[in-house]
Structure formats: structure tokens, C-alpha cells
Ligand binder design. Structure first.
Ligand SMILES: Cc1cc2nc3c(=O)[nH]c(=O)nc-3n(C[C@H](O)[C@H](O)[C@H](O)COP(=O)(O)O)c2cc1C
Length: 214
């Protein structure tokens, strides 16, 4: 049995939450960082007895569109998944429900889910310093409860609605200023392929999902 800690975390808040929950699961975990190694997930053979933690930030109450794309070619075999939706200032709206739908379309069985707060990646005055000690305590307690009930086959009713909340991105896009040397680092980091390596000063505004990685 393998335990995978899978997260998409452009500014690190979701990773912090996932790390705490993974610690609470008291299992040796293999990390899959969807920002750094987006292809790794398609190469893993998820077995029925494996367990996955899948953590994503909430963007406009939805899962980041690139995460949906990343799971399109993943095939699990009834593998159990624990879901985490992380938000900064408002709410997760339909994030857990959408994540459940995406994972179940790939053959996972979702056995538990949680929402958690992390510092807002754009407006740092919201959720500043979170997850904090209290968050950590609650997340560890919740992980312990999941561990006690990990044999469950019941599919939880996650909050949210179908059709999901409409989200068309935010009208802010990165613009290169005079200090840009066209080194291409941002193009390499961009998970949406919105910044061309050949001309990093020109962000493709339709592809950009504003992950705020610095
Ligand atoms: C484009 C964008 C949209 C967001 N939309 C929401 C939202 O609808 N509700 C909310 O509470 N937080 C929202 N947030 C805040 C993120 O969910 C939060 O900062 C999260 O911790 C970011 O995860 P990360 O640190 O792993 O990148 C949004 C952030 C970004 C960048």
C-alpha cells in the first residue's frame, strides 16, 4: 500500500495544508507536486489498496482548470482519495464537489474531504500566516479521524452545486516591466503554459489563470 500526497500549490499555502494532513495520516508518503512535476501523476500506477491525499487551492470557488487537465489521463483502480480544498478570503463554493467529480472520472473513490484556510496568494492581508497553530491542530485531529475510518466505503456528500459556480478568471494578468531580462524563469514555472519561453514578456491572457507564483 502506498500513500501519495498530491498537491497543486503555486504559492505554497496548499502545500502547507497537505503537509500537515499527510503528517497526521502517520504513513510514509510519496509527494507529487503538480506544479513541479505535472507529468509524474500520469506515470504512477495507482492500485486499489493505495491511498491519496489530493489538495488544491480554490480559484473563484472552483478547482484550478489546469488541475482538471492534469487528471484527464490518470487512471486509478478504485484508489481511495482524501480531498482538501484551500481558500484565502471567501469560500470554497464548489471546489470539493468538482474535485470529487474529476477524481471519480479517473477511477478514484473519495472517502473524505476538508476545507482549510491559507494566506491569500494575491491579497496577503487575508489569511495572513495561515495555516497557523490552531489550523494545524484541527487538521491533525481531522486526519486522525480519517485514519480511524479509512476502511469506509461511503462516499461523502460534499458541499457545492452542479452546475458549478461560473468562474471566468480575474481581470489581472502579469505584465513584464523594465526589469524583465527575458530569462524565461516565469515561462518555465507557469503551469498553464501562458508565458511563451521565446517571448516571456507576452502573457497569453486567455490561458493565464493567475497562480501568482513569484
Ligand atoms: C486567481 C485566484 C482566485 C482565487 N479565488 C478565491 C476564492 O474564490 N475564494 C477564496 O476564498 N480564495 C480565493 N483565492 C485564494 C486562494 O484560494 C488561496 O490564496 C490559496 O491558499 C492559494 O493556494 P497556494 O498558496 O497553494 O497557491 C484565489 C486566489 C487566486 C490566485
Amino acid at each position: 500500500m502506498k500513500f501519495y500526497n498530491i498537491y497543486f500549490s503555486p504559492t505554497g499555502g496548499t502545500k502547507k495544508v497537505a503537509t500537515i494532513v499527510a503528517k497526521g495520516m502517520q504513513l510514509e508518503s510519496e509527494e507529487i507536486n503538480l506544479m513541479k512535476e505535472p507529468d509524474k501523476i500520469t506515470k504512477v500506477k495507482f492500485e486499489k489498496e493505495d491511498l491519496c491525499l489530493v489538495a488544491v487551492p480554490s480559484y473563484g470557488g472552483r478547482i484550478p482548470s489546469v488541475v482538471t487537465d492534469m487528471f484527464r489521463n490518470v487512471k486509478a483502480d478504485g484508489t481511495k482519495a482524501i480531498l482538501a480544498a484551500v481558500f484565502g478570503n471567501r469560500a470554497i463554493d464548489d471546489t470539493l464537489l468538482e474535485l470529487q467529480d474529476v477524481l471519480e472520472a479517473s477511477g478514484f473513490v473519495c472517502i473524505a474531504g476538508m476545507e482549510a484556510v491559507a494566506e491569500h496568494s494575491l491579497m496577503h492581508q487575508f489569511g495572513t500566516g495561515r495555516p497557523d497553530q490552531q489550523d494545524e491542530k484541527e487538521l491533525l485531529e481531522f486526519a486522525a479521524k480519517i485514519l480511524q475510518n479509512s476502511e469506509t466505503q461511503r462516499i461523502p456528500a460534499f458541499p457545492g452545486n452542479r452546475p458549478y459556480r461560473e468562474y471566468n478568471g480575474v481581470p489581472l494578468k502579469p505584465v513584464a516591466n523594465g526589469k524583465c531580462t527575458s530569462c524565461g524563469l516565469c515561462a518555465k514555472e507557469c503551469p498553464a503554459g501562458a508565458i511563451p519561453l521565446t517571448n516571456p514578456k507576452m502573457t497569453d491572457k486567455d490561458k493565464c489563470i493567475l497562480v501568482c507564483t513569484v
